[in-house]
Design a protein around this ligand. Structure first.
Ligand code: MRU
Length: 359
């Protein structure tokens, strides 16, 4: 599933309709590289909820495959009943996490495939759903590569790049979004150093981003989240690039908690801030970022991260998993369809007019 010089494959379908999902358990990285064999939809749901698979595009890919696992054992032969079952499984998976719109986008695609097959047998519909899940994965892989191509130019040779959370291969069906830009620039022979924010509380930057960058041979420096201002003031950062979980029609972008703060710092220090994301991360039904649902996670992720109590046991916590960076702080959005720059409702719609996402 992975090897030196290859990008990690966060999730993959193995075999035919009777096959299974192979998924890296990201909660174990970087200490242990564990690939789970998943054969039922409940385990996919749980994997998304507990962040064994995470990152907006990878969640979408896993959900598509989860639909197949949830319907393949349906024994009825009546089409209407089967379509109903597809709807139930999609509704169930849609409650796993609320912010990444790729989840709802992928589930909507799966539902529409089932609804459109008015003449097919149930058996054929099952096969077609698997084809769709695999297509979602393949398309994401291609989008990642295209994002890398479009974005590589923003990385200055000899410069410094800062990123927050993990928007790499682990977070997608391909080579990543923000990290695809870095991987491609590296392939093109540019030399640069990436400063990876640790990304409290679940440390996706420390555990996952540094792991991916170092495997690719990119110069990597891990910093605590609260060091970002200082490295900018010291002139070490020429560009910031992050991923996104949901981008509204006006370009406001939700991403891992702390991203907004980094964007404010970048503005103050005159550092361009870019978001890299595929069209499947845009939610054009929302006029602005204030309408993006923000997940709140358990206080224990802050109080006793990774099992160590670091505060009074019963202290109250506020734990939003994401924040929204307003479009005015974003220099450009790097998509597989090209760069959106400047970022506004007009430029988003000009580039993505046909991308529709349903939630
Ligand atoms: O809570 P997570 O780890 O799923 O959050 C992930 C992020 O915020 C990523 O930056 C985002 O999904 C983009 S992934 C290409």
């Amino acid at each position: 599933m992975t090897g030196q010089g290859e990008y990690a494959r966060a999730v993959a379908w193995v075999g035919g309709l009777e096959g299974h999902v192979a998924m890296i358990d990201q909660t174990q990285l970087p200490g242990e590289y564990v690939v789970m064999r998943i054969e039922d939809v409940e385990t996919i749901f749980e994997a998304i909820r507990r962040l064994a698979v995470r990152g907006a595009p990878a969640i979408g890919v896993a959900a598509g495959m989860g639909v197949v696992l949830g319907v393949r054992d349906w024994s009825g032969e009546e089409r209407g009943g089967f379509v109903g079952r597809v709807g139930e499984v999609c509704d169930y998976l849609g409650t796993s996490r609320p912010t990444a719109v790729n989840l709802f986008w992928a589930l909507d695609r799966m539902k529409r495939v089932a609804m459109r097959m008015t003449d097919a047998t149930v058996e054929r519909m099952k096969e077609r759903l698997l084809e769709e899940a695999v297509a979602i994965h393949r398309e994401d892989e291609a989008m990642c590569r295209a994002i890398g191509e479009v974005g590589a130019e923003v990385i200055p040779d000899g410069g410094g790049v800062l990123t927050h959370c993990n928007a790499g291969a682990l977070a997608t069906g391909g080579m990543g979004t923000a990290l695809a830009v870095m991987f491609r620039a590296h392939e093109l022979g540019k030399r640069f150093r990436v400063y990876a924010d640790e990304t409290r509380p679940l440390l996706q930057g420390a555990r996952l981003t540094t792991w991916e960058l170092m495997r690719a041979g990119i110069e990597t420096t891990l910093i605590c989240d609260n060091t970002a201002a200082q490295v900018m003031r010291e002139g070490r950062i020429d560009v910031v690039i992050t991923g996104a979980d949901r981008i509204a029609a006006n370009g406001d972008a939700a991403n891992k908690i702390g991203t907004y703060g980094v964007a404010v710092l970048a503005e103050v220090h005159g550092v361009p801030f870019y978001v890299a994301a595929p069209s499947s991360t845009f939610d054009l039904s929302l006029t602005d970022g204030g309408k993006i649902p923000i997940e709140e996670r358990s206080a224990d992720e802050v109080r006793r991260g990774f099992g160590v109590l670091t505060s009074p046991e019963n202290v109250q916590c506020y734990c939003p998993a994401f924040d929204v960076t307003p479009a005015r702080l974003i220099r450009g959005i790097i998509t597989e369809r090209g760069m959106i720059e400047p970022v506004s409702q007009e430029t988003v719609s000009a580039r993505l007019g046909s991308a529709t996402v349903v939630n």
